[in-house]
Design a protein around this ligand. Structure first.
Ligand code: F6P
Length: 360
């Protein structure tokens, strides 16, 4: 750390907040390259917020960050209601005991929000100002890609950040695992096992819509785990004629029930069920699992991932490796630069989808 570095950062901040709001992109282009990573200011206070859709394991993440952070000597602060709360200055100190009995609880006790305010330069500046006001020298953001973009914008104007991936969708490109994914899939799997019982008794087709936004990771894995006849993903074009043919083939082979898993980004379960019934005369029922996939006590995998990723976030701060995303890759918890992480692309396994077709 050098005084010159922290002074330059302070000056940048003053420049951004002198009331005359600049074009953030231009300012970033002008200044980001000047930031010397070796000259990060000393971190004393660390804030944590959860942002975007909640995910089982977020509480376990907060607990890990707060406990590892206090043990490392940082003043730990919780920000409620995500970026929205930061914007309004909803910040309170969190100690070791404040996170007791949270490991096994679903949801996020800090609460969360989808904050539009943070998509504007003025919103980012207000967030940065609040970090300065409350002595948050580094902000830990638990969320998905959208939340990380907000964190990156803060980093670009000199507020150090660390991101931890927390979303049931598993759609963050730079990591093979996001906190909440395992619990959500197990919740969906248990619900689908129950739907199979009733579909089988009535010789019906059950069309089940699972979450995932624009990604099919939940649908693919849940489909394999429940022995679905058909899995429809947003990443793979599909045709209703093929769906109907597969169901009729299954009936000809003596099947008594049919399970169709549709990712929410791939189609509408109600419409698909209607078309299947019309074309095959097999009674079909749609079920939209919806937000029940987001709740519940986190699974063992989510508790351990959340705990270890939380500790990794504090290790990054201790080692002055700031503006990083904690990720899981090739069996290891590690971290990547936030700009690099956000520029990555992820693709679903076509092989796994093809293999799933051999199992029904
Ligand atoms: O990102 C998590 C997620 O549950 C998606 O799977 C889903 O599309 C979305 O959030 C729903 O968002 P909301 O809770 O704001 O309706």
């Amino acid at each position: 750390m050098t005084n010159g570095g922290s002074l330059r950062r302070r000056n940048m901040f003053e420049e951004y907040t002198n009331g005359n709001l600049p074009n953030l992109k231009e300012m970033v282009a002008k200044n980001y390259s000047e930031i010397d990573p070796a000259s990060e200011p000393e971190v004393k206070g660390v804030g944590i917020l959860t942002s975007g859709g909640d995910a089982p394991g977020m509480n376990a993440t907060i607990r890990a960050v707060v406990r590892a952070g206090t043990k490392a000597g940082f003043k730990m602060m919780g920000v409620t209601r995500g970026y929205h709360g930061l914007w309004k200055g909803e910040v309170k100190e969190l100690g070791h005991r404040d996170v007791s009995e949270t490991l096994q609880r679903g949801g996020t006790f800090l609460m969360t929000a989808r904050s539009k305010s943070f998509e504007t330069p003025a919103g980012v500046l207000q967030g940065a100002k609040m970090c300065k006001v409350f002595g948050i020298d580094c902000l830990v953001v638990v969320g998905g890609d959208g939340s990380f973009k907000g964190a990156r914008d803060l980093a670009r104007i000199g507020i150090p950040v660390i991101g931890i991936p927390g979303t049931i969708d598993n759609d963050v490109a730079c990591t093979q695992y996001t906190i909440g994914y395992d619990t959500a899939m197990n919740t969906a799997m248990e619900a689908i096992d129950k739907l199979r019982d009733t579909a089988s008794s009535h010789e019906r087709c059950s069309v089940i819509e699972v979450m995932g936004r624009h990604a099919g990771y939940i649908a693919l894995n849940v489909g394999i785990a429940t022995g679905a006849e058909i899995i429809l993903l947003p990443e793979v074009p599909w045709d209703m004629k093929d769906v109907i043919k597969t169901i009729l083939d299954c009936r000809n082979k003596g099947k008594r029930h049919y399970i169709v898993i549709v990712a929410e980004g791939a189609g509408d379960a109600t419409e698909i069920a209607k078309q299947i019934e019309e074309a095959t005369e097999i009674e079909s029922r749609p079920t939209i699992l919806g937000h029940l996939q987001r709740g519940g006590s986190p699974s063992l995998r989510d508790r351990t991932m959340a705990s270890l990723m939380g500790v990794r976030a504090i290790e990054c701060i201790k080692d002055k490796r700031l503006n990083r995303l904690v990720v899981y890759r090739n069996g290891e918890i590690t971290d990547v630069d936030i700009e690099e992480g956000l520029s990555m692309k992820k693709s679903i396994s076509m092989d796994e989808l093809e293999r799933s077709k051999l199992l029904t």
